[in-house]
Design a protein around this ligand. Structure first.
Ligand SMILES: [Fe+2]
Length: 163
């Protein structure tokens, strides 16, 4: 048992998944900055701002995940080389088309959602409700963001078929 009354071995398994999620979030964050800086064209004003909103939110999540690891009395990974090695998300190329940016964000979200579900699964086995609560609400939030981006992309694809 650790100081929170949780099984230390099981907490170690949760922390490993939280650190993977943390690594995923860092690559996702940098992809969003890439898109914020490189987006051009007719949707510039909408997307430039939307990408900023998403990376601001990602920064908050990053800090919450890292501080959950600290609350569990472990060390969050904190070096970019470790994030790249640990992440399941790839760095994005510089795209010219905004639809590729949005599709890449949706793909990053799918990887993050999978990663979050693994955290919730192992945290459940550790009866770690605090982690489940934190990651569960972040999961619902990123699912909602995905819906909005998917709706935007569907409309965009429809418009390009009409042309
Ligand atoms: Fe900016």
């Amino acid at each position: 048992m650790n100081y929170l009354g949780l099984n230390s071995e099981k907490v170690g398994v949760t922390v490993a998944e939280l650190n993977t999620l943390l690594a995923n979030y860092h690559i996702y964050y940098q992809n969003l900055r890439n898109f914020h800086w490189n987006v051009e064209g007719e949707n510039f004003f909408d997307l430039h701002e939307k990408f900023e909103e998403l990376y601001d939110d990602a920064l908050i999540k990053i800090d919450e995940i890292a501080e959950r690891v600290l609350t569990l009395r472990h060390r969050p990974i904190s070096r970019f080389s470790d994030y790249i090695a640990e992440a399941e998300i790839d760095e994005s190329p510089v795209f010219k088309e905004d639809s590729k940016m949005v599709a890449a964000i949706l793909s990053n979200h799918r990887a993050i959602i999978k990663s979050m579900r693994r955290v919730i699964d192992v945290a459940g086995k550790a009866e770690d409700e605090g982690t489940i609560d934190l990651i569960g609400s972040a999961l619902e939030n990123i699912e909602k963001k995905s819906w909005m981006l998917d709706a935007w992309l569907a409309k965009k694809e429809e418009a390009s078929l009409v042309q």
